[in-house]
Design a protein around this ligand. Sequence first.
Ligand SMILES: [Zn+2]
Length: 87
Amino acid sequence: MRQIVKWIRIIALTIACVDCLIMGVKLIDNDFNVLIEAHIVFACLLIQLFCTVYQLLGNKCPYCGRWREMNGAYCPHCGRKIPSSSK
Ligand SMILES: [Zn+2]
């Protein structure tokens, strides 16, 4: 699941970058009809935000349930080893 979220983030970021380029080229060409591009960028940024929130919320210790800032092998709160499947 984490791999999927990671790939969604990468794809969304790529689309946002390409779209920003298209928008930039259009604006340079004095074409101000960039509403669709602006919406795509906005949607991609929303996806990024949701994925970031999901990753932060999903980064919890399975034993004490506290949020871990680092993705280390051990929980900084209870000191127990985190199973690799939760990474
Ligand atoms: Zn813990």
